[in-house]
Ligand binder design. Structure first.
Ligand code: HEM
Length: 601
């Protein structure tokens, strides 16, 4: 079906609004002319009409600003500090942000402005304001105490629509409540403790890693973990695994001979993974560009091609599930399960086809949960291994805990994982420094205020409709919240006196899974999945070394980062973000296999 591109729709709407105003003014001038019998030429009429329209827009903007100023003064609030650009409409800020996203350390530009303007500031591009905050009190308001007033919003929904569709991530209000209640039953303790699924894919992943270790070559663990979480997600969501772990792994870029010899044509699963990542990347870019994003997609909707690949992959699962449902309905001997009846063996897809026949709704929901479940946990595992490679002393201590509690071959149980305090601390510290969902956004339905950032200060005024971007990534790195060593990787901060000093009194300073009514549904599932994989990994390998030369040169951290203060100077990977954070160019690691005999004797 033919569809106009987002840019064409955006321009058409703007032209339609402008022309209807122009036409209105033009017609009024004609009427006036008739009444007053004063004759005008067409061009002077047009000139006057344009003038009136411009005055109308300026006047309306001034009136709205005046209204907000009055309300702000009446409630004793102050305006949010503005990050000013130099070009008309602050276009330079938009170009600067794009360049920063491509070339600088994640969040570096924001940190610069946090230093200058404080933990909340505003950026106005062509009259559209966006607020930015890394303040726990504000994030608490957005996610919990003022949940009903801060929604994802229409603008966000429009930007994400071609990727997230009508799924849980892109819904607000009653639609979101419907999605949440429909999905929640799949995250009960019994379901998330289905360790046999983790087991089979962990074994497959470890065998791939072992093979590469035997060859004494580096492996991209980011790729392996993305396959691991993808296989688990598809198994638990559709009951049918995509087996992405069965595709050949890429070799380091410096060994292109192996690439051409051994990597076969990408399978449909590999194509899906690529398209999946690309569509998320485009969706995230749209959000970063603010409301003018359609102007960058005038000639084509950039999500069409990758989403066609994703849809082609997912559709057969949905069609198949609907066919099975009809078969059951047609059968006279089988009783149809009720809509609200969920069996222990049901997949999410089984349940969804019972609720609706709408293929798009089902596909969107499945796709949303895949987005939720795949990259977030894969990223956590990737960055955990990065830190293990950077901190051999942490690897040794964690491995000792694994061997002591679980041994060198057995698979962990739910209770083992619950008792492994250092493992949980390593995962939490990874989630603190690299929270998978680093930046997020909420929009105020009604004008409100955000809490003062200094004692006895004034609250900040938030006009209705303003998107507020919040960053847990930057909040998790604030030295005033986490102590002077906030930028260091030190899992003990989740175990020693620092826990009681910083986190216990202010739990909102650590929000990798968000908080409030929209808190991550898969939190416990993710902890179980990541813990399981890390335990299996440490049973099999005892040392990890980064091999940045294995990845393309332009994906490595640039040399100039070394002179910059903060983590940027020591980082051995290039963190970037689409919907979730990732290591640009992968995370190439050489692993040493552990000797089992020595440990068991
Ligand atoms: C370390 C891994 C994970 C992290 C850090 C994480 C983080 C988050 C965050 C920050 C949100 C809120 C997004 C928003 O409101 O804009 C979220 C929502 C959600 N997550 Fe997770 N997540 C993880 C793993 C998972 C897994 C494995 C699943 C499922 C298999 C899952 C399912 C969901 C769902 C369904 C939501 C939507 C909740 C709603 O809107 O009501 N997550 N997650």
């Amino acid at each position: 079906m033919f569809k106009f591109t987002p840019g064409v729709v955006f321009l058409a709407r703007a032209v339609a609004r402008l022309s209807s105003l122009l036409a209105g003014v033009f017609l009024s001038s004609l009427v006036l002319e008739q009444i007053s019998r004063y004759e005008n030429t067409i061009s002077s009429r047009l000139f006057v009409s344009i003038g009136v329209v411009v005055l109308y827009f300026l006047g309306r903007r001034c009136l709205v600003a005046l209204q907000h100023r009055r309300t702000r003064a009446a409630i004793g609030a102050i305006p949010v500090p503005v990050w000013k650009g130099k070009w008309p409409g602050n276009l330079d800020l938009m170009i600067y942000m794009k360049d920063q996203l491509d070339n600088n350390y994640l969040g570096a530009s924001f940190l610069h402005f946090v230093d200058k303007l404080g933990p909340i500031f505003s950026m106005v591009v062509f009259g559209n304001a966006q607020f930015f905050t890394a303040e726990p009190a504000h994030i608490k308001q957005l996610l919990a105490s003022e949940f009903d007033n801060f929604v994802k919003g229409e603008k966000t929904a429009e930007a994400l629509n071609t990727v997230f569709g009508t799924g849980i991530f892109n819904a607000d209000g009653n639609l979101w409540k419907f999605h949440r209640s429909m999905t929640r039953p799949f995250f009960t303790r019994d379901r998330i403790s289905h360790f046999s699924t983790f087991e089979s894919y962990a074994v497959e992943a470890i065998s791939l890693l072992s093979k590469r270790a035997d060859e004494c070559r580096a492996v991209d663990v980011q790729d392996v973990f993305a396959r691991f979480t993808m296989d688990i997600a598809t198994e638990s969501l559709f009951g049918s695994c995509v087996h992405s772990l069965r595709d050949a792994l890429p070799y380091p870029c410096s060994q292109s001979v192996h690439l051409s010899e051994e990597a076969p044509n990408p399978s449909q699963a590999a194509e899906f993974s690529r398209a999946f990542a690309e569509s998320l990347f485009i969706a995230a870019k749209r959000l970063h560009m603010g409301s003018l994003w359609p102007l960058f997609e005038v000639l084509r909707d950039k999500t069409v091609e990758p989403m066609a690949v994703c849809n082609a992959y997912l559709e057969p699962f949905v069609v198949d599930a609907l066919r099975k449902k009809r078969k059951i309905q047609a059968s006279t001997t089988t009783t149809c399960p009720k809509v609200d009846e969920i069996n222990d063996t049901d997949t999410l897809l089984d349940h969804l086809v019972r609720v609706t026949d709408d293929r798009k709704v089902i596909k969107d929901e499945i796709f949303n949960i895949m987005i939720a479940g795949r990259d977030t946990t894969a990223t956590t595992l990737t960055f955990a291994v990065y830190f293990l490679a950077m901190h051999p002393e942490v690897t040794r201590r964690l491995r000792a805990e694994v061997i002591e509690k679980v041994g060198s071959t057995r698979s962990p149980t739910y209770d083992d994982i619950r008792e492994m305090r250092y493992l949980r601390a390593v995962i939490n510290e990874t989630l603190r420094l690299f929270p998978p969902v680093s930046f997020n956004v909420r929009t105020a339905i009604e004008s409100t205020t955000l809490a003062p950032t200094i004692p006895n200060g004034c609250p900040y005024y938030v006009p209705e409709g303003t998107p507020v971007i919040y960053s847990v990534f930057l909040m998790h790195r604030r030295t005033d919240l986490w102590g002077p060593d906030a930028l260091e990787f030190d899992p003990d901060r989740f175990l020693d006196e620092r826990l009681h000093k910083y986190l216990t009194p202010k739990p909102f300073i650590f929000l990798p899974f968000n908080a409030g009514p929209r808190i991550c549904l898969g939190q416990q599932f993710a902890y179980n999945e990541a813990s399981f994989m890390l335990i299996k990994l440490l049973q099999s390998f005892d040392s990890f070394a980064l091999d940045p030369l294995a990845q393309p040169a332009d994906t490595r951290p640039p040399e100039w980062w070394k002179g910059v203060p903060g983590r940027q100077s020591i980082e051995q990977l290039f963190p970037k973000t689409h919907a979730t954070i990732y290591s640009y160019g992968g995370l190439w690691v050489r692993m040493r296999k552990a000797s089992k005999i020595s440990e068991e004797t």
